[in-house]
Write a protein that binds this ligand. Structure first.
Ligand SMILES: [Zn+2]
Length: 248
């Protein structure tokens, strides 16, 4: 009767359950974020042993039980193996998975977030763009996908398009030199940084990871994203704490 259902997605996390099983959280194209059990996936001879790990992207054949899904088969097309052998790279990946987990829901349309996550993991594993830049791009774009984009095209207070701007998290965007009094938290940003923020907010996901920036812009992006994520993410991400310890 139950023929099973095929979904495409990425494994966000895999938790050991009992002696041999795993509980997976998968971000799927068809059903949003789902939980699924992979029975026997931790047995040495299980074909699912190597295919049910975080970052694995591919097709999953699910059997819908009364209260949960069971994974019957996983056909992985990209494991992002480059990252699993490198502690720092892996923790960037875990951090992105945690953010995606935090922002997505079951049976919600999460195709944009899945696409963003996939392109981000590709950028991270290819190494063409610095990891730090990949991180700030992903942090900002995940907020945009979730409908929390800051105003970066004109002053968030008066609407003027001024050259001298500060970024103010409390005002959710850039503030011009006339209005700067209302932004005591304002961070000075160069026009190159404002342009970079505009690009990240407005670019398609496919073209997101196609640029690099100067050290100066990277430093300003860091300050902006540190302040903005501390206000927007009302959760401490465990993987970020570990990543920051290893980057120190
Ligand atoms: Zn203004």
């Amino acid at each position: 009767m139950n023929q099973g259902v095929k979904v495409t997605g990425m494994i966000l996390s895999a938790t050991p359950i009992g002696e041999y099983d795993k509980r997976l959280v998968i971000l799927t194209k068809e059903k949003g974020k789902i939980s699924a059990f992979a029975k026997g996936a931790r047995r040495q001879n299980s074909p699912m042993m190597g295919t049910t790990n975080p970052f694995s992207f591919g097709e999953f054949l699910l059997y819908e039980g009364r209260t949960s899904y069971n994974v019957m088969q996983a056909n992985i097309s990209n494991y992002f193996m480059e990252l699993t052998t490198d502690f720092e790279g892996a923790y960037y990946g875990f951090y992105f998975m945690e953010i995606a987990d935090y922002y997505t829901k079951e049976y919600n349309d999460e195709r944009e977030m899945l696409k963003l996550l996939y392109q981000t993991m590709r950028a991270l594993s290819s190494g063409k763009i610095g990891r730090e830049l990949v991180r700030y791009i992903f942090e900002l774009k995940s907020l945009v996908v979730n409908g929390e984009a800051p105003e970066v095209f004109r002053c968030a207070n008066c609407g003027v398009d001024d050259r001298k701007m500060v970024f103010s998290s409390k005002n959710h965007g850039i503030i011009c030199s006339e209005c700067v009094g209302i932004a005591p938290d304002g961070i000075r940003v160069s026009s190159a940084t404002v342009y970079t923020l505009q690009y990240i907010v407005s670019s398609t996901i496919e073209k997101l990871y196609t640029f690099t920036v100067s050290e100066e812009v990277l430093g300003e992006l860091k300050n902006v994203m540190k302040q903005y994520t501390s206000i927007q993410f009302d959760k401490k991400f465990k993987s970020l704490e570990i990543l920051e310890m290893c980057l120190e």
